[in-house]
Design a protein around this ligand. Structure first.
Ligand code: UDP
Length: 329
């Protein structure tokens, strides 16, 4: 007897992370359906998958509840990635940010429950920790946010509402779901158009333009490779004891943004100048950044043995190779 393929729905499947996730799911024998309105997703990202008999693309919004009802009904499990992403988009359009994130997730939760408690991965973000100085962040760490007049924090708050709703569904209805808080995730197909630092620096370095470090460059981040991250997402989804739990997914290799600029310059052999740009010029008045962001990954390590495997230098090489090859940015 031929075993039916597992049917997986990926919202935001044409995005940077979503498209890599779809490839991994198809490689493991799943039948994948995606819904993406191509607001930040790109058709090029899924070009290698289009036309396959085990891949289905709906160019539509997750706000289309009628379509979502159909798609959720016809699936076995759901990875919910669709959201407004990128600090620039969030600052520029907080209304859309809040609406898409909160209403979109509410729809997914309601429908997953309605159609027989479909297993669900909720993609959250390190942004929920805000600017707490209590780094590295464990999942139980306090959240520290700025005032509501600073629109950056709307993203953190909206994603936190998603987490509250998801946990409430899990507790009340038993909807099997796991929440992954993704830290800065990078790799080929990530665009620098919405502010993301690594593709921006690499593109600037390759084209000889100045590398724009915002603020004084002492702020730190950890960057993890998209393939490592999606590996963790899939393993968590397969791991029943993870249901109802929140996991950080990220790297512990902390680097300042100035160090990142220097590394990119060195690895690409660029002669670009490194310049410092005030946050005000970059994002407008009243922007707040966080000084450090590092995950505590002991929980996800204990659950599924996750350790990021790809080092930052190799990630930069991969991103540079992709930008040089495709000319995309
Ligand atoms: N950043 C920068 N130059 C850029 C874009 C971003 O110095 O051209 C900084 C940004 O201010 C932040 C860090 O790089 O301190 C990471 O920014 P990104 O938007 O990639 O992610 P975030 O961690 O802020 O969500």
């Amino acid at each position: 007897m031929i075993k039916e393929k597992k049917r997986v729905l990926v919202t935001g499947g044409a995005g940077f992370i979503g498209s890599h996730l779809c490839e991994a799911l198809i490689a493991r024998g799943n039948r994948v359906t995606i819904i993406d309105d191509l607001s930040t997703g790109r058709e090029e990202n899924i070009a290698p998958l289009l036309g396959r008999p085990d891949f289905f693309f709906f160019e539509n919004t997750i706000m289309n509840k009628g379509l979502m009802d159909h798609l959720v009904k016809e699936t076995d499990e759901i990875y919910h990635l669709a959201a407004v992403v990128g600090v620039k988009n969030i600052v520029d359009d907080p209304v859309r940010t809040l609406h898409t994130i909160i209403v979109g997730t509410d729809t997914v939760l309601e429908l997953a429950h309605k159609h027989g408690n479909k297993r669900l991965f909720i993609t959250s973000t390190s942004e929920v920790y805000g600017k707490s100085p209590d780094c590295p962040y464990s999942e139980e760490a306090d959240r520290v946010l700025g005032p509501t007049t600073r629109s950056r924090w709307s993203y953190s708050s909206a994603k936190a509402v998603d987490e509250y709703m998801a946990l409430a569904y899990f507790n009340k209805t038993g909807l099997p779901l796991v929440i992954g808080r993704l830290f800065n995730t990078v790799g080929p197909r990530q665009t620098g158009q919405y502010g993301m630092v690594l593709p921006r620096f690499v593109k600037q370095a390759l084209s000889g333009e100045p590398i724009t470090v915002y603020g004084d460059g002492t702020q730190t981040r950890t960057f993890s490779y998209v393939h490592d991250v999606i590996g963790a997402m899939i393993k968590l989804m397969d791991y029943s004891p993870a249901m109802g739990e929140i996991f950080n997914i990220g790297s512990e290799e902390e680097v300042s943004i100035t160090e990142l600029a220097e590394k990119v310059k060195k690895i690409t052999g660029s002669s670009s100048e490194i310049i410092f740009v005030s946050y005000e010029v970059a994002y407008g008045e009243g922007f707040e950044d966080m000084q450090r962001r590092v995950p505590d990954i002991s929980k996800v390590n204990k659950a599924i043995g996750f350790r990021p495997e790809t080092r930052l230098d190799d990630i930069i090489r991969a991103v540079a190779g992709w930008i040089a090859e495709t000319g995309r940015e």
